[in-house]
Design a protein around this ligand. Structure first.
Ligand code: ADP
Ligand code: MG
Length: 388
């Protein structure tokens, strides 16, 4: 789960990580009112959407005088902002963050995330922060510093000193940096975050270290431990179909292709997506109906697939183990009673009760093609969709 910058900054403040004075507002009136309370002359108006790249896309405005705040608020609120992270459809800006304008001396980069390969948290930091960090990482990887933390002992001050030394920070800044890194580690582990990214982390002209941006992601499996974090979920920022899927306990991620995939097991789902690509098309989604899928779950899954307008063909690829194939067949047949299957359907069933499942599908009068393995299935569905 992702949260907004303003929510991340509230958490930062709770953990003694310095942030600019600021508040999220939802209307032009509210913006005008709050601007008066900001103690700097310059006020920054920032679109709050779950995507970065706002600066370059015009989603961060600098009001040199308080009277400009209302104009910028009007410009941003209700606007669809397209950044390199939103995809071409963009995101509607429903709230903005008003913030004190900070006198920037230097922009650094600092993040902490879980490195799955090494099974431990890692800090990533660089003197070259700001809006071009991806390019820095690509062109001059030596400017990106990593510090792994042993989770059995947790963050130690020497971890902070290592980073500060390698960055070449002067003592006054280094002290603040080390404290901040320790607080970030606490925040990550106590709140179940999988990523905290501060870009830019700035050194102000008067030598203070302040987090100017805040991006946080949380491990969904840890949300049960932190009700306060769970409450930060913003459904406006999530795909409608993904919300629907989560209600039915389905692991569904919408993608941009045109082949809807219904699969059981995350590994098989990944493999199916790969094979669809190999056959010459793109998957429209990742969908794992899970091991214990009931007929009901399969029905919902199938309806969610068909609700995606981009889906031009569906590939059902099931390996019956715990989930029995006739349940899958039953779910598809039930779904077809409620929504019209307007696209070609290719089904591959293997494993427990595969024969019974296929018999049911054939007997149902549904227009579908059967495949005997994953490669044949992918090729068939791609051919039906591409018409070649
Ligand atoms: P994004 O990462 O989505 O582009 P940021 O929050 O990083 O958005 O803002 C983009 C840029 O705007 C920053 O790199 C910084 O230069 C400037 N900026 C953001 N917030 C402030 C602020 N409070 N004061 C001064 N400059 C700011
Ligand atoms: Mg940023």
């Amino acid at each position: 789960m992702n949260i907004h910058e303003f929510q991340g900054k509230k958490l930062f403040a709770q953990y003694n990580i310095p942030v600019p004075q600021g508040k999220a507002v939802y209307s032009v009136d509210e913006a005008e009112q709050y601007a008066k309370e900001i103690h700097s002359n310059v006020v920054v108006v920032k679109a709050q959407i779950h995507a970065g790249g706002r600066g370059k896309a015009g989603g961060v405005k600098l009001a040199r005088e308080k009277k400009d705040v209302a104009r910028f608020a009007k410009e941003l609120l209700g606007k669809t902002l397209v950044t390199h992270q939103t995809g071409p459809e963009g995101r509607c800006v429903r709230k903005i963050l008003l913030e004190e304008g900070v006198d920037i001396g230097k922009e650094l980069y600092l993040s902490i995330l879980i490195d799955r390969t090494y099974s431990r948290p890692v800090f990533i930091t660089s003197l070259e922060g700001g809006m071009e960090i991806e390019e820095v990482a690509e062109r001059t990887p030596e400017k990106v510093i990593k510090e792994y933390i042993d989770p059995s002992v947790g963050f130690q001050p020497f971890n902070g000193r290592n980073m500060a030394f390698r960055l070449g920070l002067e003592p006054e800044i280094a002290k603040q940096f080390i404290a901040m890194a320790g607080n970030l580690y606490k925040l990550l582990t106590q709140k179940g975050a999988s990523l905290i990214e501060i870009n830019p982390l700035v050194i102000t002209k008067d030598k203070r270290l302040i987090a100017l941006d805040a991006k946080m992601s949380f491990d969904d499996n840890a949300l049960f431990r932190n009700e306060d974090i769970k409450a930060l979920r913003d459904l406006d920022e999530e795909e409608e179909l993904e919300i629907e899927a989560s209600k039915h306990g389905l692991n569904y991620v919408k993608l941009n292709g045109n082949i809807g995939c219904m699969v059981n097991g995350a590994g098989l789902a990944m493999a199916t997506m790969d094979v669809v690509k190999l056959a010459g098309s793109e998957p429209a989604n990742f969908l794992d109906v899970g091991g214990g899928a009931s007929k009901e779950t399969v029905k919902h899954a199938f309806q969610i697939l068909l609700a995606d307008k981009n889906v031009k063909g569906v590939f059902v690829n099931i390996f019956g183990g715990i989930v029995r194939c006739e349940r899958i067949a039953g779910g598809i047949i039930d779904a077809a009673k409620e929504v019209e299957i307007r696209v070609p359907l290719v089904v591959r069933l293997e494993g427990t009760n595969a024969k019974e499942g296929l018999e049911m599908l054939k007997g149902s009068g549904l227009n579908l093609q059967v495949a005997s393995d994953i490669w044949e299935g992918a090729q068939k569905v791609v051919k039906l969709v591409n018409g070649k």
